[in-house]
Ligand binder design. Structure first.
Ligand SMILES: Nc1ncnc2c1ncn2[C@@H]1O[C@H](COP(=O)(O)OP(=O)(O)OP(=O)(O)O)[C@@H](O)[C@H]1O
Length: 246
């Protein structure tokens, strides 16, 4: 069953068309990877799906609703984990989570914050100020914050960028934890190992166009020559460079 779908999405910034008719869908509980070259339009697309930016054309269905027409429902069912740390620096971890929970009308907000802190074993951090968190800790709090409303769909914009390998693994485990809860997940990433480890299917975007969408294995097989095994990175480069030659 389809969790969300977008069809023929177009978006211009000034004269520049950054999304040129992109269509993708995700089934319930699926983890989709959005990979692509720099400036391909991944963040723009993820913001449109989250309802934070408006497409110029195309249709969006989030749990059978349009995010523009049914803002409230979609706001509670979809959460975006941004690339940047936009947590209030002066607040403690408990305070930022509580603030967000209140903002989103979570019932019994304090109880929910405690539940989330427990779920992600962050109880020891609750009195820590955001400005004293490491990059990895802040990223985890951002993911935990997204879970406060118990959304069905979670969008993660480059969730492990700039983190050391150890913390990356912890973020991956957190994402697997979300997956085990049946969440539909969309991740933008430049890391092919991340896409390979976490994603059921990957969508490959270049200059605002979807080049290919398939399972990681399907994508590799498409490029593979005879029995030679290739990596997702090689498949990615093949697609990106092949189009350049056209
Ligand atoms: N608010 C904006 N105003 C004008 N141009 C923008 C704006 N946001 C993004 N762009 C441009 O749109 C294009 C797509 O940007 P976007 O951030 O969506 O790409 P991306 O695939 O996420 O890139 P990266 O992998 O480098 O993060 C880029 O050329 C970018 O400069």
């Amino acid at each position: 069953m389809v969790s969300f779908s977008i069809e023929n999405i177009r978006k211009k910034y000034g004269q520049k068309e950054v999304l040129k008719g992109v269509s993708i869908f995700a089934n319930h509980g699926e983890v989709i990877g959005l990979i692509g070259t720099n400036g391909a339009g991944k963040t723009t697309l993820i913001k449109i799906i989250a309802g934070l930016s408006k497409a110029d054309a195309g249709t969006i269905n989030i749990l059978k609703s349009c995010p523009i027409k049914n803002r409230t429902l979609v706001r509670q069912q979809i959460a975006l984990v941004p690339q940047e740390n936009n947590l209030e620096r002066e607040c403690s971890v408990f305070e930022v989570l509580y603030l967000y929970a209140r903002l989103f009308g979570v019932v019994e907000a304090k109880k929910r914050v405690r539940e989330i802190l427990h779920e992600f074993t962050m109880q020891d951090w609750q009195t820590k100020k955001v400005e004293h968190l490491s990059g990895g800790m802040a990223r985890k709090v951002l993911i935990a914050r997204a879970m406060l409303t118990n959304p069905k769909i979670i969008l993660l914009d480059e969730p492990s960028v700039g983190l050391d390998p150890d913390v990356r693994q912890e973020i991956w485990q957190m994402i697997l934890q979300l997956r085990s809860l049946g969440k539909t997940i969309l991740i933008t990433t430049h890391y092919m190992d991340e896409a390979e480890f976490l994603c059921d299917r990957v969508a490959l975007l270049k200059e605002g166009r979807l080049l290919y969408m398939d399972t990681v294995e399907g994508l590799k097989e498409h490029v593979q020559v005879a029995t030679e095994k290739i990596s997702l990175e090689t498949a990615f480069l093949h697609f990106v460079r092949e189009k350049e030659k056209l």
